[in-house]
Design a protein around this ligand. Structure first.
Ligand SMILES: NC(=O)c1ccc[n+]([C@@H]2O[C@H](COP(=O)([O-])OP(=O)(O)OC[C@H]3O[C@@H](n4cnc5c(N)ncnc54)[C@H](OP(=O)(O)O)[C@@H]3O)[C@@H](O)[C@H]2O)c1
Length: 305
């Protein structure tokens, strides 16, 4: 099968598509033919060697596809089932993924394949981030980076909890965020004043999905440390803010199933910014590294949808 490989640490040009053997599912495992695989910013420093390890590695966490084989003892899945999944072994960007059965979630029929393929990481992280600040009806919540993959879901989940949601984003994304029920505000110089103008009664909770001074902004707006959550500025944990990420979600499959259901029923949207064929994986990561635009970039594997 084709699989993305990181043969050595470096920039996106090291990424290669290689032929590797497929692995039959062992006891408790399932083999999935991948249609779409997600890409996430956290994979960039891994490829660059900032987290150590010894290449070669595969790449990719989230994916969606069709079950093509089940190992001994697996009763929850059958050949032909359509699934959303998460690889803990960075093996999602490949024609086939062989994986523990409990890392799969049923794909609702109506959920688009590209959305399904890029859902697991951002879905669980958005649920974790919103749960961390527990927004209540009538409260005002700021989401920094509201156009990003995690931010756009977290902002909509906070709004569904009954909060008024103000999201920081570039002007180019403002109209789309408004359509999703989020009040956009430009980030950068003067952002605190712009938020105060929109919310003179104050801000109750703050979710930072971008880092880079957003925790300072939250304190500047008068938000209690206990109601500030960041998924990226881990050093801010020493100031009493929450740094709860996807690994803290007790039942990730349930969190993904919840978001998948909301996406299917129309209550929540995960915009797809761009699709790239898997052999353009380096170009896809270059686009991701720009950290601009609304929603997710996704890799099409095989024939895709
Ligand atoms: N802790 C965890 O478990 C966990 C899990 C997943 C991800 N993460 C981390 O969370 C972060 C977000 O991930 P993601 O997948 O949502 O990233 P993403 O989709 O690449 O985010 C891109 C977004 O960042 C926005 N942005 C750029 N500069 C900004 C600024 N100065 N202030 C506010 N927003 C800005 C852009 O908005 P505009 O286009 O509007 O400019 C763009 O929509 C990443 O650092 C990722 O590594 C952590």
């Amino acid at each position: 099968m084709n699989a993305v490989r990181i043969p050595r640490f470096g920039d996106s040009s090291v990424l290669e598509l290689v032929q590797v053997p497929e692995r039959d599912p062992g006891p408790g495992e399932v083999m999935v033919a991948v249609r779409f695989a997600g890409i996430n910013p956290g994979e960039i420093p891994i490829r660059e060697g900032r987290f150590g390890g010894e290449p070669p590695f595969g790449q990719g966490s989230d994916f969606a596809g069709d079950v093509v084989g089940v190992g001994a003892g697996v009763t929850a899945w059958h050949v032909g089932d359509e699934v959303i999944g998460m690889s803990d072994e960075r093996s999602a960007q490949a024609d086939y993924v062989t994986i523990a059965a409990d890392r799969l979630v049923a794909k609702p029929d109506a959920l688009h394949w590209d959305v399904a393929g890029s859902l697991y990481v951002v879905g669980t992280t958005a649920v974790a981030a919103v749960d961390a600040v527990a927004p209540r009806t009538g409260e005002t919540v700021v989401v920094a980076g509201a156009a990003g993959g995690v931010g756009v879901l977290a902002a909509q989940l906070a709004a569904r909890a009954g909060a008024r949601v103000i999201g920081t984003a570039s002007e180019a994304n403002h109209a789309a965020l408004r359509d999703l029920g989020i009040e956009p505000v430009a980030y950068g110089d003067g952002v605190a004043d712009r938020i105060r103008e929109l919310a003179p009664g104050g801000v109750d909770a703050f979710i930072d999905t971008y880092g880079s001074g957003n925790v300072d902004l939250a304190f500047d707006l008068g938000v209690d440390a206990a109601r500030i959550e960041t998924i990226i500025d881990f050093a801010a944990g020493s100031r009493g803010v929450k740094t709860i990420g996807m690994s803290a979600v007790a039942d990730p499959a349930a969190a993904v199933a919840l978001v998948a259901d909301l996406l299917t029923r129309g209550g929540v949207t995960l915009p797809i910014k761009a699709r790239y064929p898997i052999d353009a994986v380096a170009t896809a990561y270059d686009a991701l590294a720009e950290r601009q635009g609304l929603g997710k970039i996704v890799l099409q594997v095989g024939s895709g949808a």
